[in-house]
Design a protein around this ligand. Structure first.
Ligand code: NAD
Ligand code: ZN
Length: 353
C-alpha cells in the first residue's frame, strides 16, 4: 500500500493506492465519524462491486446507495438535482459523508453534489477506472451544460482518495486504453523516465501486467499531485495538464460525446501537439515513433475525416481556457518539459489544414 499526499491551501489529503486498498475504507471513515454514509455509483460498478462496498460500510454506519445510469449523460443538471433530492429525503446532514464509487463520471457528479449539498459535506473518492487516476485527484468537480463539458462546477477536494487497483481488472479494453492515454500524457509533460518505461514495456495493452499497472498509477498520480499542489486553482502551472486537450476536447465534442472516448480523443490531440512542437519550436521530438506506438496500442491517430478545420477551430475557441482570439497550446520542448505557446486563429488554420 502506498500513500501520496496532495497538498492544498485548506488541508492535505492522501491518495491511498494498492491492491486491496479498499480495506482501508472503514478506518478512514471512522476518522470522519459520519452521521450517515451515501454511496453514489453507476449501474456497471454497482453490478460488479456494489454489494461488496455496502458490506464494508453498513455494519457501522447508516448507509444509503444511489445508482446512476452509467455514461457521460449522468453529468447533468437533472441528475445533480435528483441526487440532492435523494440526500434531502434521507436527511443527510453536514456530518454525512458521500462516497463517489466509480469512474470520472461518478467522481465529477458526486463531487459537485458534495461541494454544494448544505454548502459542502465531506466526500471520499473511490475510483474504479484507470482514467480516474487523473480525475479523482485534484479537486475539479463538475457537471456538463449543453453549451459545453464541465461548464458548471467547483474546486472541491475529497477527504481521501482510495484507489484499489484490483477494480481495474474488470475494465473493458476501450476504457483501459482511454485511461492509458492520460498516463502517457502525464509522462510526456513531466517524466521522461516514465515515458521510456511505458514506451519500452507496453507495446500493446495486453502488456499491462498488475505490476506495470501499479507503477504507472503511482507515477501518474505523483505527477498530477505535484502539479496540483503547486497550482490548486489552475492559475498557472496546472495548464500543462491540458497537453493534448485543446484539439482533443474539440475532436471529442465534434464526434458527439460517447462516440470517441476521452483518451482516444486526447491521443489525437497529443500527436498534434507533438507535431506542432517540432514544427514551431525547432525541436526534434520522436513524432513518428509516438504515432506508430499509438497505432499499436489501438489509439486513433488522425482527426476523423468528417471533421473540418472550421468545426475544430470553433470548438477550440469555445473551450473555457480560450483568451480572446488566441489559443494557448501546451507544447513540448522535450519529453517531460512543456512550454505554453499562443497561436492566433489564422496561424492555427494554416497549421491544421
Ligand atoms: P466513466 O466514469 O464513464 O467510466 C467508464 C465506463 O467504465 C463506464 O461505463 C463505467 O460504468 C465503467 N466502469 C467503471 N469502473 C469499472 C470497472 N472497475 N469495471 C468495469 N467497468 C467499469 O468514465 P471515466 O473514463 O472514468 O471518466 C471520464 C469522465 O471523467 C469524463 O466525464 C471527464 O470529463 C472526467 N474527467 C474529470 C477530470 C477531473 O479533473 N475532474 C479529469 C479527467 C476526466
Ligand atoms: Zn483528460
Amino acid at each position: 500500500m502506498k500513500s501520496i499526499l496532495i497538498n492544498t491551501t485548506e488541508e492535505s489529503y492522501p491518495v491511498i493506492v494498492g491492491n486491496e486498498a479498499i480495506n482501508e475504507l472503514p478506518s478512514l471513515l471512522r476518522s470522519l465519524s459520519p452521521s450517515k454514509v451515501l454511496i453514489v455509483t453507476d449501474t456497471n460498478v454497482d453490478q460488479l462491486y456494489g454489494n461488496m462496498l455496502v458490506d464494508k460500510v453498513d455494519k457501522e454506519w447508516m448507509t444509503y446507495k444511489y445508482v446512476i445510469k452509467s455514461g457521460e449523460a449522468a453529468k447533468s443538471f437533472d441528475m445533480f438535482y435528483e441526487l440532492h433530492s435523494y440526500a434531502l429525503k434521507q436527511e443527510l446532514d453536514r456530518k454525512s459523508v458521500i462516497i463517489a464509487f466509480g469512474g470520472g463520471v461518478v467522481g465529477d457528479l458526486t463531487g459537485f453534489v458534495a461541494a454544494t449539498y448544505m454548502r459542502g459535506v465531506p466526500f471520499i473518492q473511490v475510483p474504479t477506472t484507470l482514467l480516474a487516476h487523473d480525475s479523482a485527484v485534484g479537486g475539479k468537480v463538475a457537471i456538463n451544460h449543453p453549451e459545453g463539458k464541465n461548464m458548471i462546477g467547483a474546486f472541491y477536494q475529497p477527504k481521501v482518495v482510495v484507489y484499489d487497483s484490483n477494480f481495474l481488472q474488470s475494465l473493458p479494453t476501450n476504457e483501459l486504453r482511454s485511461g492509458f492515454a492520460e498516463v502517457i500524457k502525464h509522462s510526456l509533460i513531466r517524466s521522461e523516465s516514465l515515458y521510456q518505461f511505458l514506451y519500452s514495456e507496453i507495446r500493446h495493452l495486453e502488456d499491462i501486467t498488475t505490476d506495470k499497472l501499479q507503477r504507472m498509477i503511482l507515477e501518474g498520480i505523483q505527477i498530477k499531485a505535484d502539479v496540483v499542489s503547486k497550482d490548486e486553482k489552475e492559475l498557472g502551472l496546472r495548464a500543462i495538464l491540458n497537453f493534448g486537450h485543446t484539439l482533443g476536447h474539440a475532436v471529442e465534442a465534434e464526434a458527439g460525446y460517447g462516440k470517441l472516448s476521452h483518451g482516444d480523443s486526447i491521443a489525437i490531440g497529443m500527436l498534434f501537439a507533438t507535431w506542432l512542437s517540432n514544427k514551431t519550436l525547432n525541436v526534434t521530438l520522436p513524432y513518428y515513433e509516438l504515432k506508430s506506438w499509438f497505432k499499436a496500442i489501438g489509439f486513433p491517430t488522425e482527426v476523423p475525416y468528417s471533421q473540418t478545420t472550421d468545426q475544430l477551430i470553433n470548438k477550440m475557441k469555445k473551450d473555457k481556457k480560450t483568451k480572446s482570439n488566441q489559443l494557448t497550446m501546451i507544447l513540448l520542448e522535450e519529453i517531460g518539459v512543456t512550454t505554453s505557446v499562443l497561436f492566433s486563429e489564422d496561424e492555427l488554420y494554416s497549421l491544421l489544414d
